[in-house]
Design a protein around this ligand. Structure first.
Ligand code: SIN
Length: 352
């Protein structure tokens, strides 16, 4: 009898536990569990960021920095997938891709943006910036603000301006020293009215070609030369089909960082704030490191000795400046006197 009571009490206790644990639907439904490893897919925001430069360039490295900062600030909720080297889209189609939402972000050279919004050509004016501090004053001051705000009613959001470096000239047959040396040569260029006018004033002809087609066009001698930063010249191995490098620092190559506007508008204000913060910090990082990154590539170019390097004398620079002055008159008609005056002020303030 005693054994029967013990067995019965086990059975009753089991039934009571089953009812409490197994059938307590309300308790289960009200608890939600956060699992960092298995975050719901709809929780994750992916930003596809396509660009044309190599990873080890100012743009490539700043993009990586931005991705890390943003992921960190959002505890992994926002991830940036970077597609460098035009593996997804090149200059010819990245603009369309960001407009139609095939990617969320691009960072074209300012000259490429000026093809769509001509006021951007101001940043490509030859000899506009005597040094890096002058570039910073333009990018982070009145000019940068006007360019980014000018995109407000378009379908791309302007997030910031990023840094690369001063452009130099490479050629195959003969070294460029004076403006006359450009005469009758054919150059690969980026698009944009200022750049076309620059080569026009130098009596050179141009073909506008995507960045990732430049190497091939140098190789088959379709073009005699091109202009670019040292990091781009080195990472794209232009030196394999060019013999001369002229250190001219005649123009600055930087980027506008753009996001698909509908995508931006669909983000919560918290995520937008994180993007703005990460962008601000990444831009500051890029500004601090772009010079050193280009210097590293300059050292690599010097040490592999495949280019004969010529640096313009002060007298030759003055000749270039004079020859290219008419480019300013052309640009003023599009850019307007207000921003052109700002460029002149920056030039004066940072001349020494
Ligand atoms: C880039 O730096 O994004 C490419 C520049 C070019 O097209 O020359």
């Amino acid at each position: 009898m005693r054994n029967f009571v013990i067995i019965l009490s086990f059975i009753v206790a089991g039934i009571i536990s089953a009812v409490m644990i197994g059938f307590d639907m309300e308790g289960i439904a009200s608890d939600t569990y956060y699992d960092d490893e298995q975050e719901g897919l709809q929780e994750q925001i992916i930003i596809r960021f396509s660009h044309v430069a190599a990873e080890n360039t100012p743009k490539g490295r700043t993009a990586t920095k931005f991705a890390a900062l943003l992921e960190d600030k959002t505890n992994g909720k926002v991830k940036v997938h970077i597609f460098p080297n035009a593996i997804l889209y090149n200059d010819a189609n990245e603009w369309k891709a960001v407009q139609n939402g095939s990617v969320e972000m691009i960072a074209p050279a300012t000259a490429k943006i000026s093809e769509h919004y001509p006021i951007w050509q101001i940043l490509d004016l030859p000899f506009a910036f005597p040094n890096y501090r002058a570039v910073e004053a333009a990018y982070e001051g009145k000019i940068g603000k006007a360019l980014l705000e000018g995109l407000e009613h378009t379908n791309v959001k302007g997030l910031d301006l990023w840094y690369n470096g001063f452009k130099q000239i490479t050629t195959q047959e003969s070294v460029i020293r004076t403006p006359d040396d450009f005469s009758r040569l054919h150059f690969r260029t980026m698009p944009g009215a200022v750049i076309q006018e620059q080569f026009n004033q130098l009596n050179a002809s141009t073909s506008i070609l995507p960045f990732n087609k430049t190497y091939q066009n140098l190789k088959v001698d379709f073009v005699d030369g091109q202009e670019n930063t040292l990091s781009n010249i080195n990472t794209k191995k232009f030196y394999e089909h060019q013999q001369y490098l002229t250190i001219s620092n005649h123009g600055y190559l930087g980027y506008g960082v753009l996001m698909n506007r509908d995508f931006w508008n669909g983000l919560s204000s918290q995520v937008q704030e994180s993007i703005n913060e990460a962008m601000h910090e990444a831009t500051a990082w890029g500004r601090r490191h772009a010079i050193e990154i280009n210097d590293q590539h300059a050292r690599a170019i010097r040490s592999n000795q495949s280019l004969e390097i010529y640096t313009l004398s002060a007298e030759e620079r003055a000749q270039w400046r004079k020859a290219l002055r008419p480019v300013y008159n052309e640009a003023e008609q599009t850019v307007g006197s207000d921003l052109m005056e700002e460029i002149e002020t920056i030039k004066e303030n940072y001349a020494h």
